[in-house]
Design a binder for this molecule. Structure first.
Ligand SMILES: Cc1cc2nc3c(=O)[nH]c(=O)nc-3n(C[C@H](O)[C@H](O)[C@H](O)COP(=O)(O)OP(=O)(O)OC[C@H]3O[C@@H](n4cnc5c(N)ncnc54)[C@H](O)[C@@H]3O)c2cc1C
Length: 291
């Protein structure tokens, strides 16, 4: 049995120093937030780290703070805490509903948005909702800090753009514009505890006449990474979400898909469902914007 070096630094500097000291053996050091992906990978032999760096004692990585009218969510904050945050749920209900779809009550007690994002599963539920919301991630590493759009982080299944020694510190949700709403929907083969066949996130803003003046649409589980689908968002602009606009949205969402066939659904099925879910999520987002 391999001996495991478990480290739980109390601050960011400690975590970065541990990552830096991993040097050429960086692959053998893994960050741990909730562990709901990492522990499963270790038990199944897909990960065999020599050192684990626990992020849950680092203040900046835990908790939710108001930030310039929006929110800064520590990357290791549990989905349970996100689900309990009234201000976040009022401003970004789609992001919160995505976090609350992850696994079960038990899983949400540990699982984090940072882990969901950095595990880089194409089917990760929070990612399309965060992309639709225009979220960014704050990254800390040996060269200092940088901030990138959430959609720029995953590069493919299990791959992300973090450089050696970097970690995601927090997710920034922007201030929600007046008369805006967001929503996230997914389809799974069972009633719960399954991975999305398709996920769709929509965020939109309307004017006084109910016309859509800004929109963002993102899809999960239909390509190697979650997709931001600008053509689908464009289809809504200027409309009052009438049937022709919804039809254009659905067509653009389906056209953007590059899915695989697997046991949860065929590529053809996923392409069709992407249009249906994008439509439904847009309706919910619109209702929220008008409320
Ligand atoms: C029973 C079960 C059901 C599940 N259901 C769902 C579901 O419905 N939807 C869904 O999307 N997922 C689901 N998952 C997967 C998992 O729960 C989520 O992906 C979760 O959000 C991962 O977060 P975590 O904090 O547990 O990540 P961890 O397991 O701690 O980490 C995941 C990966 O990210 C890295 N990492 C973690 N934090 C950071 C950071 N701050 N910076 C850089 N790298 C980091 C880790 O090194 C690891 O490689 C399920 C898992 C289980 C076990």
């Amino acid at each position: 049995m391999t001996e495991l070096d478990f480290q739980a630094p109390a601050d960011l500097a400690g975590a970065l120093a541990l990552l830096a000291s991993a040097g050429a053996g960086a692959g053998a050091t893994r960050l741990l937030a909730g562990g709901t992906d990492l522990m499963v990978q270790m038990r199944s032999g897909r990960a065999d780290p020599a050192r684990i760096v626990d992020l849950k004692r680092i203040p900046g990585l835990m908790g939710i703070e108001a930030d310039a009218g929006g929110f800064l969510i520590g990357a290791a904050t549990s989905c349970a805490r996100i689900g309990e945050h009234a201000g976040l749920a009022a401003a970004w209900p789609g992001v919160v509903e995505a976090a609350r779809l992850i696994g079960s009550t038990q899983v949400q007690g540990r699982a984090s948005l940072g882990g969901n994002l950095c595990n880089a599963s194409p089917a990760a539920d929070s990612v399309p909702a965060l992309i639709a919301a225009g979220a960014t991630c704050l990254i800390a590493g040996p060269a200092g800090r940088r901030e990138i759009a959430v959609e720029a982080l995953p590069l493919g299944p299990g791959r992300h753009c973090l450089a050696p020694g970097e970690l995601v510190l927090a997710i920034r949700l922007p201030a929600r514009a007046a008369h805006s709403g967001d929503a996230y929907l997914r389809l799974i083969p069972r009633t719960e505890m399954d991975i999305a066949v398709v996920g769709a996130g929509v965020a939109l803003t309307i004017d006084a006449q109910g016309r859509v003046v800004a929109a963002r649409v993102a899809l999960g589980a239909v390509a190697p990474t979650a997709l931001r689908v600008d053509a689908a968002a464009q289809a809504l602009l200027g409309s009052t979400l009438d049937e022709p606009a919804l039809a254009r949205l659905a067509a653009a969402a389906s056209a953007a898909c590059r899915p695989i066939d697997d046991k949860r659904g065929t590529a053809e099925y996923r392409i069709r469902v992407a249009g249906v879910l994008a439509r439904r999520a847009a309706r919910i987002a619109y209702e929220r914007a008008t409320a």
